[in-house]
Design a binder for this molecule. Structure first.
Ligand code: 5GP
Length: 197
């Protein structure tokens, strides 16, 4: 997605060979115009999958997920990373290890929000080692529902999550695919293919 790639090149800060900071439009401050376009793009890519619900994880997945839900005219639910005082019973949980934060979180969703007849589109901001996406897939599976696809805003294709999730057979669509962050430079998968040709 060209507008997203342009935004990453203009505003993204390469913190290391593995971490990209995008706090001007996705992870802290959020760009509503770009989020609207992202929602429309996901809706176009998953529009024929019979999606009935969007599932994401707090907090950075919420903006792209709600925009997609608006376009697909379905509801969106986000998994919580912390136990809520009002959310105690009837929870579906999964354990997610975060390589960036070096901690394990138990994520949870109230079981009343995902039903067996749901076809769920999972949306997240980044795909790195795939643990967040696999945890969300686990929650949908435990609910007895179907995963209709996984939509990722920024995939770091050089980490193993993309392969792990695609190997489950689930359709994965990433709007920007980063081949490398080496030497402080963002290289997209498409540019890399052009270089190789
Ligand atoms: P995974 O579970 O795929 O390893 O990582 C997913 C989560 O880690 C994302 O939802 C995101 O919050 C965070 N994350 C992973 N890599 C990056 C990165 O390079 N930059 C930022 N800002 N967040 C990241």
């Amino acid at each position: 997605m060209k507008a997203l790639q342009d935004k990453i090149l203009a505003d993204g800060i390469v913190l290391s060979d593995t971490v990209l900071k995008v706090d001007t439009f996705l992870n802290h401050q959020m760009d509503p115009v770009l989020m609207k376009e992202i929602g429309e793009e996901f809706a176009a890519r998953f529009g024929k999958e019979g999606i009935t619900k969007i599932l994401t994880i707090e907090s950075s997945g919420i903006a792209p997920a709600i925009m997609t839900a608006l376009k697909l005219n379905v509801e969106m639910v986000f998994a919580r990373k912390r136990k809520s005082l009002t959310l105690q019973d009837g929870l579906i949980t999964s354990k997610v290890y975060s390589f960036t934060k070096k901690e394990e979180n138990e994520i949870s969703v109230a079981d009343k929000f995902i039903k067996e007849d749901d076809c769920v589109l999972i949306i997240d901001d980044f795909l790195a080692n795939g643990q967040a996406a696999l945890g969300l897939i686990d929650i949908v599976t435990k609910a007895g529902a179907k995963v209709g696809g996984v939509g990722i805003v920024i995939e770091k294709s050089f980490q193993n999550g993309a392969k792990l999730v695609r190997d489950t057979g689930i359709k994965v669509e990433s709007l920007a695919r980063i081949h490398s962050l080496e030497n402080g430079t963002v290289t997209f998968v498409e540019d890399q293919i052009m270089v190789e040709v």
